[in-house]
Design a protein around this ligand. Structure first.
Ligand code: GLU
Length: 306
């Protein structure tokens, strides 16, 4: 078993991160497997060396150890670019100029009901039609322009057409499936199916290369989990829906689908989900107030290490 913890160095680690990291670590150790750490720093406008250092310090203090060298996504931009080029040549991407405001206005029009997907409002397809030139795509003549002012989106309907298989488990005829080894936000367990209708209308043409960034969380996480041979992805239930996107990408790219363990989210005393800006729950703060790693384990409901 190979598990990983994949934080973004954009703020301090809080209790929710500690839970995720310890769970992934303990699971790998109990199985005699390997635990990896990956720094997800593609958003260079928000990533900071001090937060990366703090991640190492906090995880070490928690008693975790990981393999070195640590993979950092900012070192792998050319790998993501090659994958995007491949998807572009195969016609699965289109360029998108829309600003957040354009999308909001389009989905707020009276005839269209806004739908929320894992990345926010489901894209209304504004740039889709004019972007599609099957002759160019089919002949692979044009290379991905890498225009930093544009995003590149996945043509979800075309992707779904390629990757969806007959799935007996749900009323949906065709879909993609993965194994949920822990629990989704609505109690999902075992074989989970996302049907083609959900993929196309509930998730839509998600961004795979963000403006100015040349990649996205979805693309990088899929490429890197495969590159590192991760067999078991342990992460919060907030990413359950995003997993559908990841499975679609794995199928398109011929990559294996790991087992997924979506864990409970850690809430504060008022029942709110913890976010990185909640510095009050930062591990570093508990440390400075004299808490021990076992106190942190107790707070998130994990047993002391054996
Ligand atoms: N970098 C992502 C985060 O910090 C990782 C999510 C994942 O585990 O896939 O939320």
């Amino acid at each position: 078993m190979i598990t990983r913890f994949a934080p973004s160095p954009t703020g301090p680690l809080h209790l929710g991160h500690a839970y995720s990291a310890m769970l992934a670590h303990d699971m790998a150790m109990a199985a005699g497997g390997r635990f990896l750490l990956r720094i997800e720093d593609i958003d260079q406008s928000r990533a900071r060396p001090k937060w990366e250092q703090q991640i190492y310090d906090d995880l070490e203090w928690l008693g975790l150890s990981w393999e070195v060298p640590v993979m950092r996504q900012s070192d792998r931009l050319s790998v993501y670019s090659d994958v995007l080029e491949d998807l572009w040549q195969r016609g699965y991407l289109f360029a998108c100029d829309c600003k957040r405001r354009d999308i909001f206005d389009a989905v707020s029009a009276p005839h269209a009901g806004p739908v929320m997907g894992p990345d926010g409002l489901v894209y209304p397809g504004t740039c889709y039609a004019q972007a599609f030139d099957p002759v160019l795509f089919n002949h692979g003549h044009n290379r991905l322009p890498h225009d930093p002012d544009r995003a590149y989106r996945l043509r979800m309907s075309m992707a779904a057409e390629t990757v969806c298989e007959p799935c007996m488990k749900t009323s949906s005829d065709r879909g993609v499936m993965f194994t949920e080894a822990m629990m989704g936000p609505n109690g999902e367990k075992g074989d989970v199916v996302f049907g083609d209708h959900t993929l196309i209308h509930g998730i839509g043409d998600v961004v795979l290369a963000r403006r100015d960034m040349g990649t996205s969380y979805h693309l990088s996480v899929v490429v890197d989990d495969a590159a590192q041979g991760v067999t078991d992805v342990v992460r919060g239930q907030d990413l359950f829906e995003a997993t559908a996107i990841h499975v679609v990408l794995q199928r398109l790219l011929g990559l294996p689908t790991p087992r997924y363990h979506h864990h409970k989210l850690i809430h504060d005393e008022a029942g709110r989900r913890l976010a990185k800006r909640d510095d009050a729950r930062a591990i570093a703060l508990y440390r400075s107030e004299g808490a021990s790693p076992d106190d942190i384990r107790r707070m998130v409901g994990l047993p002391a290490p054996s």
